[in-house]
Structures are given as C-alpha cells and as structure tokens.
Design a binder for this molecule. Sequence first.
Ligand code: SER
Length: 589
Amino acid sequence: MNARKLRKTYIDFFKARGHAEIKSAPLVPENDPTVLFTTAGMHPLVPFLLGEKHPAGTRLVNVQKCLRTGDIEEVGDTTHLTFFEMLGNWSLGDYFKEEAIRYSYEFLTDVLGLTQDRLWVSCFAGDADAPRDEEAAQAWRDLGIPEDRIVFLGKKDNWWGPAGETGPCGPDTEMFVELEQPPCGAECGITCNCGKFVEIWNDVFMQYNKTAEGRYEPLKQKNVDTGMGVERVAAVLQGKKSAYETELFAPLFRTITEISGQQNPEATRSGRIVAEHMRAATFLMGDGVRPGNVDQAYILRRLIRRAIREARMLGVRGSFAVRLADCVIREYGDVYCELKQNEGFIREEMSREEGQFSATLERGTREFNKLIESFPPHVDRKVVSGRKAFYLYETFGFPLELTVEMARERGFDVDTKGFDAAFRKHQEKSRKGAEQKFKGGLADQSERTTALHTATHLLHAALRRVLGDHVKQAGSNITAKRLRFDFTHPQKVTPEELKRVESIVNDVINDDLPIDSEEMTLKDAQDSGAIGLFGDRYGERVKVYSIGNFSMEVCGGPHAKRTGDLGKFRIRKEESSSRGVRRIKAVLE
Ligand code: SER
C-alpha cells in the first residue's frame, strides 16, 4: 500500500467510527509557548486535552506534518528523519483504553492485513507515579495477543509527554511489527534497534497532568492520543527496509541521480541527507518560513546548507535546490495544498539561499587556500589542525570530508580527531541551548502564559488600528516571561506608533473588558469580521474569541477571563524578523 492510500484508508476508518477529520496544523505552532516546531499531532490539541471544548467534537482524526530536530545529525542513516507525517486519532474525554486498542488492532489486522503473529505490544510497567497498565494489557489479551508478546516497560519506553515540562501525559501502549530476519542475538526483542522490530503505532492514554512541581495529577478528562508514522508504516507494508526506499522519496532520488550522475543515491549517506533535508526545507517554506539566523529560520537554513554541502560530496556542481523543491511540491502538493499555494515563494527563497551559500563556500575555498599557503614551504608535518578544520566547517560550511580531500590534493593531512573533539564541544553547547529553549514547556497553560496570549490578541488588534489592515499575524511565540509577535508590515514601526499601540492596549486593559468565546462556522466567523489565518487551516467549525468590541479572533484558546487581569502591557523591542515581517517582544508587568 502506498502512502497516499494509507492516509486515506486511515482517515476513512476513523471517520466511519465517528471521528471528525481536522486539518494538519502548520509546522510552526501558533500561539504556542517555547516550541519551535509541531513535533506530534497532539501539539495543536493541548488546550483540548486539558478540557477546552473542540469545535469538531470529541473524536478527531488527521494527518499531521511534524518536524523533529533532536536527531538532525543522525539523518543520513536509514532510519532517522526530521520531517515526517503522523496519522493520529484522538478521544477528548470520549472513549478510552479498551476502545482505542481495539481500533488500533482492527486497523492493523483487518485493514492493513498485518497478521497477528507479526505483532508485539508493550505496556507501561508502573512506578511511583502511576500503576502498571493492566487495563491496556487486558485489552490486548482479549483481542488474542499472546502473553509472551505483551512486554511491560518503564517510563523511558512506555510513557508519553508532557511535550514540555508540564502538561498532559500518560502511559502508552506501543505496537511493533516483527520483520522476517533473524534476531541479532539471544537478547533481541522489541527494544532492540537492530531492525528486526519496527515500532509503528503509539496509543497514549493521557490521564495525567504533570505540574511544574513534578506531580502527576489525574486529568479531569481522560484522553487518547495516538500517533502512527506514515513513512515507517508505508515501508513495512511495502516490504522495504527503510522509508527512503518507498515511493515518497523516489522522485527526489531520481532527480539527485540526474544532477549528480550518482546511481542509487538512496544507498549513500549524502544522498539520503540531500533528499531528507530538502523535503523538510520545502515543507517549512510551504508554511511561510524563510531562511535566517534565529529559531525556525535558522533550522531551515541549516537543513538547506547541509543538503548543499552533501550534494557537493555527491558531485553536484550547479544549482539544484529548486529542482528538488519542485519534486516535493509535485509529490505532496495535492495533500498539502499550501505547498502549491506558496510555490513561487518556495522557489524564490530556495534559489536565494542556495546562491548565498554558494558564495560562502567560495569564500571558504579562498580561506582554505590562504591557510595552506601560510605554512612555511619546508615544514615537516603538513597537518591542518582540527580547530582550523572545524572553523571551515562552522563558518563556511565545509564538511570534514571536503577539507580532507582538498588538503590531500595539496599534500596535507587533517587532524580529524581534533575536528571531532571541536565538533562534540560545539554540539554539547547547542544541545544545552536547545534544552534551555524548550524548558518553558509546550503545555504551559499557566496564568501568566494565558494572560500573555490574551495580550497577543490585544496587540494584534491595536497594531491593525494604528498601522492598518495589512497587518497580519505571521507568527506567535509565548513564554512565561514575554510574548513575541511577528506580523506583516513593510517598514520599521516608529517609536510614536509603538507608543500609540502600547497605550491602546493599556486602555483596553483598564476598561476590564470580558473575554468570551463562541463556536461558529468558518464562514460566519469570516462574515462577522473575525481575524485569523484563514486559508485552509481551520476546520468547518471554529472557535472565536471576542474581547469586548475591541478584538475578535479565531483561536483555540485558552484566554484570561477579563482584560483587567492582565497587568500593565509594555513593548520591549521592535525589530525586523524577515523581509516584510516585523517582530515585537512585549511583557506584562
Ligand atoms: N504523541 C504521541 C507520539 O508522538 C502519539 O501521538 O508518539
């Protein structure tokens, strides 16, 4: 079964069981504190897992675009991906373990045709925070899974969430397919990563809320959150060892062969990196991200630059990025229409970034030549130090292999051990940075972040009053300390304009207006003048938050009860975010 059929079959299966299909949220979360990317289908649903009412009901299903950057350096092997699609079904306080497990089992066996003797499952073994999940195990037994294929594991393996430090989480049960290959040893089992067992589905029972103090409190609403990776399942169903061998990547590899002359690029590390990163980069641009030096923009830049370097290793010389982006748009455009809608933007940005980076690589080559020439002619040991090689990597994007090759042509060696040490030191630093960044936690629905979320709506409305209706939200990120709001506006906002915006927001806060929400159809929301990122992103029914008569915006919530709860609003910074987009950071004092 190909991925196209798999998506449709999955959605149809759950629709037939009362689930409403919801759109894939963008890869860059809206109004979501401190996460850079949507990494699972549950992200955009956090408020609803915590009890907000979802306009589409209590049973939901979708295909969600996800991006995980934790293993970005691992991409190149046959298993890691940054971008992937996740099939998910949710129960928001509706059905629970028995029904969720039965649905999963029926879908795997009756619909996908996986025979029971290939399936293994794992359940939570229990610890001081939560008991052993006998309920899940019993559901599997009742379906006929033999006892020796039900494995109990601890929190590391069988617990999901919270996505940040706090929020909904719970025990999960994972499903594995056993492949026809010999076990790697006596200890080989589902936790082994030799490739014999492939985890294909995860049913999470979100029955706890982890508090900032680290306590696990039972949620008033018990939810199910499931996730099944499209690429992985497609590979299993097609009898392929890796997602890279499926039709999802085939057009990319065909094009890579055309531009590099390299046969079977899918069998090489560089080929896989080029294909994987260009697919992820195209999807990010499809959601409006431009390459840059911070946050999402920086990750996008890293993906493209790494792909360009690896393409050089494959022998590609001219520009190629747009051709690969075209492949992605062709392959996915009818499922993710934003790729088609933003085709012009994607092609333009791809080619700009590629041009810029090629110039950097040229400067790096000159730098390298200077370095070699700086050695006295009769030096005994001709070695480029690890530090210098890392400098070329970090500043000019030279992969080590390229430096080694160029050095060898000039009769030099490279201290590769020294390079590895410098690389590890750098990685450790950026890992720490990333951890800092995620510390606030996705599901931080504290009073402070909720108040800042409401302040974001006020800021948005005030900016439109002062600057004009061309102002549209281009991004939002909230931590417990500040809000950050990106919006379209062609020039710098003047200090006078900022003052006016600030005082309008504070006037509305002083007026102590009530904040109400109402569900309506998307059309009614538009007709009544609610602002929001319409396009294709919302479902049929939406929730609209009104702040007195001042602001009306499509949004999932949650929000403060009254503007008087907010405190004093102060703009701390106004700067450029990218071309045509300004960024404001503001706080509530
Ligand atoms: N959130 C869970 C996961 O990402 C299930 O969707 O695996």
